[in-house]
Every structure is written in structure tokens, then in C-alpha cells.
Design a protein. Structure first.
Lengths: 139, 139
């Protein structure tokens, strides 16, 4: 899996591209001279977590003939203050799944649990450094 | 830091949005029914790594009056096969910085080292589960 990135302005605006030509934009914070032209790199980690779990949940429920009408996710991340080390990790990440559809609640709860505790590779990547919690609101 | 996500088709196309209104698209793999309308969530982790280190490197060198003319990064990630656990982490991630400009090579090498070994919060987040290596090509 390869991602190619390049700076596309004279500051911190970075375009990332995958092998299929899908792109996304990142930018540095305004404090250091960024221009607000894309997400911050650490925001991508939260987006990836929401995306990964969504894909799992939709896929698991689809196999059970449970079709969700709408899927929304709020992901909140609290970062540690920058220490002497110079970096700032996520300390707590909360994921709130807001799902709608004519679906079985137990099947939904189980699909979310399977994703968040077993299948989602992004969760497993972020878990060693962040405490990840989640909740589900259905209909 | 909050990211809001929602499914925008009937399959796996997910839009993520930050507080400033910046958006990006993700999609599931074609094998499970995705439509290629965005990056895969695990690809976002590689993009975030390239973006985070780029921001650091540009910022460090700018403070030293070293202005890069162009910044490109290739990030390659090898994933473990999916095991009985159900997930698949990155095993090795290689970052190749391709930099151009009338800049001091030692300052560039030091900026890259500082980012990759000290400052970049994305690197620190991915390091517990993946072996991360890097190299620099200057001019």
C-alpha cells in the first residue's frame, strides 16, 4: 500500500494520493503558518477510526440483511499537552455511532462491538497510545 | 478535536469533516462492495504520517531560513495478513522524503530526524505496532 504526498503551496498544504487516484488535503495549524486548506494530520487518525468502524459495521449488518438507512459518527479526541518530548498523543478517543434504520438493536450493538473490539485495524493501531470508548444511538 | 463522519451513498462512501469545514472521502474496498470514491481508512494512517512529518520538516527548516522548493513523500506500508483475530496491522512502514531546494544537507537530515524520532505525533502513534523507517533524497 503506497501513498504519495506533495506540498502544493509555499506553506503546509499537502496533497496525498493513493494508487487509485483518490486524493485528500492536509494543512498545518494556523499558529505555524498553515492556511486552513485541509485537515490536520492528527485529525486524519480520528477520521480513519470513524471510517474503519463504519465500513465494518455496514458490512457486518449487510451480511445479516440489516440495511442501515443512515450512518453518522462523531469522533472526539483529547490530546495530551505537548511535553518535553515534543509530541502530543491522543489520550482519550470517544466514538459515538448515530445509526438509523429498520434494524435489530442487538445485531447493531453486536456489529459495533465486533468492529471496535475485534476487527477494526485502525482501532487496534491507536489502542496502544489512546483509551478508546464508544457508544451507540439507534433511531 | 472533533471529526464528524457520515455515509453519503448506500454502500461505504464516508465523508469526514473537521470543525473548520475541511472534508475528505473514504470508501470500503471493492471486494466488500466499495465504489472507489475515497481512500481506504488504513491509507489515511499513511497519509497522516507523511503529512505530519512534512509539516514538521518545513517548519523546522523555515525557522533556520532554509526554504524548500519542493516537498514530496512516498509512504509504503506492508500489512500483516488478516489473522484469526480479524484485523491486519501495518508491519513495516517506509517513508521516503524527496526534497528539493537550495538548502543545507545537514540541516535537512537533522530536521527529518527530529520529526521522525522526536516530534511527529503520528509517528509516535503508529510506532507501537509498526516498524517505521525513513530515508531522504535531496536534490
Amino acid at each position: 500500500m503506497q501513498i504519495n504526498l506533495k506540498r502544493i503551496d509555499k506553506d503546509f498544504n499537502i496533497e496525498a494520493r493513493n494508487d487509485e487516484g483518490n486524493t485528500l488535503l492536509m494543512d498545518g495549524s494556523k499558529e505555524i503558518g498553515g492556511n486552513g486548506k485541509g485537515m490536520r494530520p492528527m485529525q486524519l487518525l480520528l477520521a480513519a477510526l470513524g471510517g474503519c468502524s463504519s465500513v465494518d459495521i455496514i458490512s457486518i449488518l449487510r451480511k445479516q440483511k440489516q440495511e442501515l438507512e443512515s450512518v453518522e459518527i462523531e469522533v472526539n479526541g483529547d490530546r495530551e499537552p505537548v511535553g518535553v518530548e515534543g509530541y502530543s498523543l491522543f489520550k482519550n478517543i470517544e466514538v459515538h455511532f448515530i445509526l438509523k434504520g429498520n434494524v435489530d438493536k442487538d445485531k447493531v450493538d453486536r456489529a459495533v462491538k465486533l468492529s471496535m473490539e475485534k476487527y477494526c485495524s485502525v482501532t487496534k493501531t491507536l489502542e496502544p497510545t489512546a483509551k478508546i470508548t464508544y457508544k451507540v444511538t439507534l433511531n
